[in-house]
Write a protein of this length. Structure first.
Length: 277
């Protein structure tokens, strides 16, 4: 997808989210509108980390750009289903076990700390446990066969690299969901706001991916920003455990997220310029 077209689609999906948020404001009020916008930004920002992994996986499996769209379309459909399951599970757990919020908080702080301070680990798709299990009962081929996920050769059915890549992407999203879904519970417990903000964030991922694939090397600090947001949200969750009266308003969380977003982009641009000189 050309850069200009990717930008247009990114603007389109952001516009859809803004229009939806206006509808939330009109129907449900200012507080719910703030919750939606904050949740949407959190999920969109955290999704950037997913997209960096997608770039690595497409390069590893040598998937041409013209076939990446199909994998992304199916991948996003799978992400929506997985997120729906995780959201339903999260709401159920919180309803019956309120303390789970503090568990979520610890998970987020730990995940954020690793992102900010640990060295980035290399991704080895061949070690993916889901892929290893899949290969026990399905043969795979290292050659692409157009945009086919499966191909029949000499009476045997094989999974092509296109499907193998999709499988790894879907299994990887399970790991990312463990971070992103708990994060929004720090903002709201309303299933409608949680699900709608997640879905609208996910729907714009394909366009953002193609834009990111062009400028990924210019935003090296964004992943650090993602880690900071995770840690901040985790702390927000744990504060009531220390003092029940300590509660960070949603508009402050929204301000923090926007500040970190723009600051991480700005720092990335500055670092990138210094590398040129």
């Amino acid at each position: 997808m050309p850069a200009k077209k990717a930008v247009k689609w990114v603007i389109f999906w952001i516009s859809v989210a803004i229009l939806f948020n206006i509808g939330v404001y009109v129907e449900l009020g200012k507080d719910k509108a703030f919750e939606f916008l904050t949740g949407y930004l959190i999920e969109e920002f955290l999704s950037v980390d997913n997209l960096f992994v997608f770039l690595v996986l497409f390069n590893y499996f040598k998937i041409p750009v013209k076939f990446q769209r199909k994998v992304l379309n199916w991948g996003i459909a799978g992400v929506i289903i997985l997120r729906g399951i995780f959201i339903l599970l999260g709401v159920t757990l919180i309803t019956h076990f309120a303390f789970i919020l503090y568990v979520f908080g610890v998970i987020l702080i730990y995940s954020g700390y690793k992102m900010v301070f640990n060295k980035e680990k290399e991704i080895h798709p061949e070690h993916n446990k889901v892929l290893k299990f899949f290969r026990k009962f399905m043969k795979t081929t290292s050659e692409l066969h157009g945009d086919k996920f499966f191909v029949k050769v000499k009476d045997f059915r094989y999974a092509t690299p296109l499907f193998v890549c999709l499988l790894v992407i879907e299994s990887t999203d399970i790991v990312f969901a463990i971070d992103s879904i708990p994060a929004i519970f720090a903002i709201t417990h309303d299933p409608f706001i949680i699900f709608s903000s997640n879905i609208l964030a996910v729907l714009g991922l394909r366009a953002i991916y193609f834009l990111l694939s062009i400028v990924a090397d210019k935003f090296v600090f964004v992943k650090k920003g993602v880690g900071f947001i995770l840690s901040y949200v985790g702390v927000k969750m744990l504060l009531p455990l220390i003092n029940p009266e300590w509660h960070i308003p949603v508009y402050i969380s929204l301000s923090v997220i926007l500040f970190v977003l723009f600051a991480s982009i700005l720092i990335s641009v500055v670092i990138n310029k210094r590398k040129l000189y």
